[in-house]
Every structure is written in structure tokens, then in C-alpha cells.
Design a protein around this ligand. Structure first.
Ligand code: S3P
Length: 428
């Protein structure tokens, strides 16, 4: 699908962004091995979360979906049945990596694959610790890539220093560790999103977090089912936060957004760039802090984004690059080599596509330097099948002169199926 975007006179209104993708995946995965029924409301019915749902159904888990309400009947520990076909994680890294942690605990062999993008992404990062715990895994390219064939059961705890700050790797190990003999210790190089830890504690797991290290002690009983309402996704809200900041006539209220401190880097960075961004109505939604965010037209200045800040905004970097493209001065992004192994090589695709609109971007192996320009000019560009790039380009199109056309625009379905409708509504 090709989408055309033009600059509207103003961007105004209230927006309820879609539910959090990371929490939606976890609400299914963790409840599938719990005891009892869990009700999840405001579940994200995007392509990625539906991949998790269909894999779990193929493993014998009863899941009823009614609009955005989900009822999951947990099968308890080690209660999956061997699937009769290959499990398909589609485009979803979270599905493949977290589900591999659960498959590692099951006493049968199964195979999981994904689309071309997912089959090119690194899986050694979960294969290595899961093999150390006693799983047998065979993957393509010398056990580095999917499809993965996993034979599980009989795991033992490990003491594991993670080479990359990745919530997906951490979560895969934690899910396997629930059924291991003895404790598992995980040491992170930097904090990453902690939704799994929050949910595991609320479900009765014995998990002790101390700074960058955590210990999970396996218990005989299953987890307790956890009903929850999924907050709005800050990674989807990010598009409107940037659009509101850089459009000359904007006022947007983004409602009910998860502002977990491991995810809220975009708010801190936009404020440090001078954005007119305020946080209202802070509250708790189950295990997660949420708030309403109000953004108005702003004059942005360049900034430096590096170190421990990177995992707190890793998925927002393509749209932050749009903000930096029209900020005064230079923005430097470093320590973000992980961007090269996302749904696309996001350093390369962000730099090359935004350059087509007149942005001045230099690529580094682990980031970029973005030299602010006075304005962007519409052109033909491509999402590379990457949902976050499609939406970042749309935000650029909302302030560019002339017309911006985005090919492969249907990629937004991965995390934000109503994106084009919301964009039309805010544009009046
Ligand atoms: C996610 C973790 C991040 C993020 C991804 C979702 C998760 O990936 O980029 O979109 O739900 O755990 P990494 O764990 O690979 O950093």
C-alpha cells in the first residue's frame, strides 16, 4: 500500500494510542502457563500480538478474543501440547524470543519460524543461555538464526551475564528459569524494560531484583493468573509527541500512556530538546504507571543520546531522528548498534529515507549525527516493511513541504493498525 501525507494546517485533538505491544504479548505468554482464567482488557490486536496468540493456541492454550478483551485459560506449568505444525512468529521478535523460553521448559520438540525479516535477526542471544540451561536447540547458520527447533525439559539454573541490554533475552531466560532446578541469576549490562519482572512478581513468582542483577528461584506451584488492563503504548504515543512538537500549530493530548521508567526516555529527551511537553494525571494501571501527555508546538534544540538512555527509547529512535532533523544544531545518537538488528537496519533505513526528504544525517556503526535543517521537502520514500519507520516517515510528511509518499505503508499493522485513521483525525 502507498500512503500520501501532506502538511495539515494544524494538528489538534485527543488521541488514545493503541495498547502496549510488550505488555500485550506478556499478558498472553505469562497467563498461558498460569493456573486459572485471566481477563485482559485493552489487548493490542495488532499483527505481532496476534502471532503470539495463534502460536499459543497451537500449543493447546484456550484463548477467547472478543474485540480487545481476552480470556486466557492457563495450562499451568509444562502444560502445553506438542503442536502439529511449525509455529509462526511472523514479524515478531518478542514472540519468537519469549516463546522460545517457554518451549525450553516443555518435554517435546517443536519448531518456530518467522517472516524474512525475523529469520534474518540474531537468535544466538537466546540460544546460548537456553542451551546452557540444558535445552537442545538447532537453528540455521550455525545455531544463530530461525527457524529454531527446540527440545525442552530438565532445565537447570544458570548465572548469566547478558552481553546486550535486551528485555527479550532477559524475559526468555526468566520464563525458562521458572521450571529449572535451582536459582537463575541474570546480570544486565544496563536496565531494559521490566514488564516481565513486574508481572512475574504479581503472579507469585519468587524474583528478587537488585540493581542490574536479578535472581529467580523456581517454585513447585504454577503462577497465579493475572487479570489486567493494558495501558497505551508509549512507543506508539511517540509519533504524536514528535509530530506535536515539530508542527507549527499543534496541541495534542495523548491519553493513558504507560510511563514505566524503563520506557519513558522519549519524554526526557524531548523535554531536554526544549519540547513543550507536560505530564498530567499520573496514576497506576495495575503494575504499570500511566499518565496523560500534552504536547504543543515547540522550538527544539539538538541533544546527545547515549549510554543507559538507549534501551529506554530504543524503538523511538527513528521518530526522534525526525525531531532532530528539524531541531536547531546537531543531535548525536551513540551506543545504539542494536538498531541494526531490529525489523530493519534502523540506522541505515532511517538515515537513507529521511535524507530523501532533505535531512542531513551521518551514519556511525552505533548511531548517527543529525544536523538540523530549516525544513524538510516531500518525496517518495519506503518503509522497508518496518512499522516504526513507516510511522516516522509519516510524521516527517506532516511537516514537510509538498507531498510525501510512503510505500509499504501497511507495515503499521504490526503495532498500530489505526495509525492512518488517527493521523487523518488529528489533521482535521
Ligand atoms: C521488546 C524489547 C525490545 C524492543 C522490542 C520489544 C520487548 O527489544 O526493541 O520492540 O517486548 O521485550 P530487545 O529486547 O531486543 O532490546
Amino acid at each position: 500500500m502507498i500512503q500520501v501525507v501532506r502538511r495539515p494546517n494544524s494538528l489538534r485533538g485527543k488521541i488514545f494510542p493503541p495498547a502496549d505491544k510488550s505488555i500485550s504479548h506478556r499478558s498472553l505468554l505469562l497467563n498461558s502457563i498460569a493456573e486459572g482464567k485471566a481477563q485482559v482488557s485493552n489487548f493490542l490486536t495488532s499483527a505481532d500480538c496476534l502471532s503470539t496468540l495463534s502460536c499459543l493456541r497451537a500449543l493447546g492454550v484456550e484463548i477467547a478474543l472478543d474485540g480487545t478483551d481476552v480470556t486466557i485459560t492457563g495450562n499451568g506449568k509444562n502444560g502445553f501440547t506438542q503442536p502439529t505444525g511449525v509455529l509462526d512468529a511472523g514479524n515478531s521478535g518478542t514472540t519468537m524470543r519469549l516463546l522460545s523460553g517457554l518451549l525450553a521448559t516443555q518435554p517435546f520438540t517443536s519448531t518456530i519460524t518467522g517472516d524474512e525479516s525475523l529469520r534474518s535477526r540474531p537468535m544466538g542471544r537466546i540460544i546460548d543461555p537456553l542451551i546452557q540451561m540444558g535445552t537442545k536447540i538447532e537453528g540455521r547458520e550455525d545455531n544463530r538464526k530461525a527457524p529454531l527447533t527446540i527440545s525442552g525439559g530438565n532445565l537447570h539454573g544458570i548465572d548469566y551475564a547478558m552481553p546486550v541490554a535486551s528485555a527479550q533475552v532477559k524475559s526468555a531466560i526468566l520464563l525458562a528459569a521458572l521450571s529449572a532446578k535451582r536459582d537463575t541469576i541474570i546480570r544486565q549490562p544496563a536496565p531494559s524494560r521490566d514488564h516481565t519482572e513486574r508481572m512475574l512478581s504479581a503472579m507469585g513468582a519468587s524474583i528478587d531484583v537488585s540493581g542490574l542483577a536479578m535472581t529467580l528461584s523456581p517454585v513447585d506451584s504454577s503462577l497465579k493468573a493475572l487479570s489486567l488492563r493494558v495501558p497505551a503504548d508509549i512507543s506508539s504515543a511517540a509519533f504524536w509527541l514528535v509530530a506535536g512538537a515539530i508542527h507549527p500549530d499543534a496541541r495534542i493530548t495523548v491519553k493513558g500512556v504507560g510511563i514505566n521508567p524503563t520506557r519513558d526516555g522519549i519524554v526526557e529527551v524531548l523535554q531536554s530538546m526544549g519540547a513543550n511537553l507536560i505530564i498530567e494525571n499520573r496514576r497506576l494501571d495495575g503494575e504499570e504507571p500511566v499518565a496523560d501527555l500534552v504536547i504543543k508546538s515547540s522550538s527544539l534544540k539538538g541533544t546527545v543520546i547515549e549510554g543507559d538512555m538507549i534501551p529506554r527509547l530504543i524503538d523511538e529512535i527513528p521518530v526522534i531522528a525526525v525531531a532532530a532533523s528539524v531541531a536547531e544544531g546537531t543531535t548525536i545518537i551513540r551506543d545504539a548498534a542494536e538498531l541494526r538488528v531490529k525489523e530493519s537496519d534502523r540506522i541505515n533505513t532511517t538515515a537513507s529515507e529521511l535524507s530523501k526528504l532533505g535531512a542531513q544525517i551521518e551514519e556511525f556503526p552505533d548511531g548517527m549525527a543529525i544536523h538540523g535543517v530549516a525544513n524538510l521537502t516531500g518525496n517518495q520514500c519506503d518503509s522497508h516493511g518496518d512499522h516504526r519507520l513507516a510511522m516516522a516517515l509519516a510524521v516527517a510528511g506532516l511537516i514537510a513541504d509538498g507531498e510525501t509518499t510512503i510505500s509499504n505503508a501497511e507495515a503499521v499493522d504490526i503495532s498500530y493498525p489505526d495509525f492512518w485513521e488517527d493521523q487523518a483525525r488529528l489533521s482535521g
